[in-house]
Design a binder for this molecule. Structure first.
Ligand SMILES: Nc1nc2c([nH]c(=O)n2[C@H]2C[C@H](O)[C@@H](COP(=O)(O)OP(=O)(O)OP(=O)(O)O)O2)c(=O)[nH]1
Length: 257
C-alpha cells in the first residue's frame, strides 16, 4: 500500500489542535460530504468519485478515517514548541506498471496538494480558536456515573442533554466559571480537575472545554433545566446529546471506565 507522510508544527496545545481537526469545514472544501459540522466517531464520509470512509478515531491523539481503498490518519504529538501534526495517507493502487505510474504522477501529487491545503486551513482555524471565548462544562462523576442535565431552551435544543456549565466571563478563570455555573444551575459546589477531551469548536469564535469535577457539597437539582440524570458508561452513547457533547462521548466513557 503506497503511503505518503507530511508533518507540520502548529503553535497551539494538543487539545486545541485536536478540536480544530474536528471542524468539518477543514474537509468540505475538497468535495467531501459529511453528516454534521463536527467529525464524530463512526461518521460516514463520502469523498470525490464516491470514495466512502468511516471515522475510526476522533480524540486527543488525532483523527483517522478508513475505507476499502484509502486510509487517512492525522496523529498529534505534544512538543515543547507546540503540537506536531503528522498526516499519513495510504491507498490501494491498481496493479502493474500503469498503476505505479498513476501512483507517482497522480496519486502522490494529489494527496500532497490536499494535505498542504488542509494543513494551512488547520493552522488558520487554530489561530481563530486561540482567540475564541470558552464555554466550560463539568464532567461530574459519582459512583461511576456522569451527571447530565436536560435543556429546556431554545426550542431547537429543548429536551437534549448537556453537561453543567456555561460561558467564561471576561477576566474569569475557567475553573472559577465552572464552580459558579454549578452553583447557579445545580445548587452544588464542585472542585474542578483536569481537562477531558479536545476543545470542541461551537462557533467560529466559541469552544466547549470540559473538565472533570468532583462534588464537594450539596445534592444536584435542576434549578435552570428540565432534569438531571446520572449516566453509566454504557448509557452515554444512547443519550440525545447536544452535537458538541456527542463528540466527547468516547472521552467521557474513558473517564468513567
Ligand atoms: N453548559 C453547556 N453548554 C453547552 C454544552 N454543549 C454545548 O454545545 N453548549 C453550548 C450551549 C450554549 O450555546 C453555550 C453555552 O452558553 P451559555 O452558558 O451562555 O448558555 P445559554 O444556554 O444561555 O446559551 P446561548 O443562549 O448563549 O446560546 O454552549 C454543554 O455541555 N454544557
Amino acid at each position: 500500500m503506497p503511503e505518503l507522510r507530511a508533518s507540520a508544527l502548529v503553535d497551539a496545545p494538543v487539545a486545541a489542535v485536536a478540536g480544530a481537526l474536528l471542524d468539518t469545514s477543514l474537509i468540505t472544501g475538497f468535495g467531501v460530504r459529511v453528516p454534521g459540522s463536527l467529525l464524530c466517531l463512526g461518521d460516514a464520509l463520502v469523498g470525490p468519485f464516491g470514495v466512502r470512509l468511516t471515522v475510526t478515531r476522533a480524540d486527543l491523539s488525532g483523527v483517522s478515517a478508513a475505507g476499502d481503498f484509502l486510509e487517512l490518519h492525522t496523529d498529534l504529538v505534544a512538543t515543547g514548541a507546540g503540537t506536531m501534526v503528522v498526516d499519513r495517507v495510504s491507498w490501494t493502487s491498481v496493479r502493474g506498471v500503469v498503476g505505479r505510474f498513476a501512483d507517482v504522477t497522480v496519486g502522490r501529487g494529489m494527496a500532497l496538494r490536499v494535505l498542504e491545503k488542509r494543513s494551512a486551513l488547520l493552522a488558520r482555524r487554530c489561530e481563530e480558536l486561540r482567540a475564541a471565548r470558552v464555554v466550560v462544562g463539568a464532567a461530574i462523576v459519582r459512583d461511576g456515573r456522569l451527571l447530565a442535565q436536560q435543556r429546556s431552551y431554545p426550542e431547537s435544543h429543548a429536551g437534549q442533554w448537556e453537561l453543567p456549565g456555561g460561558r467564561v466571563e471576561p477576566g474569569e478563570k475557567p475553573s472559577d466559571a465552572l464552580v459558579r455555573e454549578c452553583v447557579e444551575e445545580l445548587g452544588v459546589t464542585v472542585v474542578a480537575g483536569e481537562q477531558i477531551g479536545p476543545d470542541v469548536p461551537l462557533k467560529k469564535d466559541l469552544v466547549l472545554r470540559i473538565f472533570a469535577a468532583e462534588l464537594a457539597d450539596g445534592e444536584p437539582e435542576a434549578l435552570e433545566h428540565n432534569a438531571v440524570r446520572w449516566l453509566t458508561a454504557g448509557e452515554l452513547a444512547g443519550v440525545d446529546w447536544l452535537p458538541a457533547d456527542r463528540v466527547l462521548v468516547p472521552a467521557l466513557q474513558d473517564l468513567l471506565n
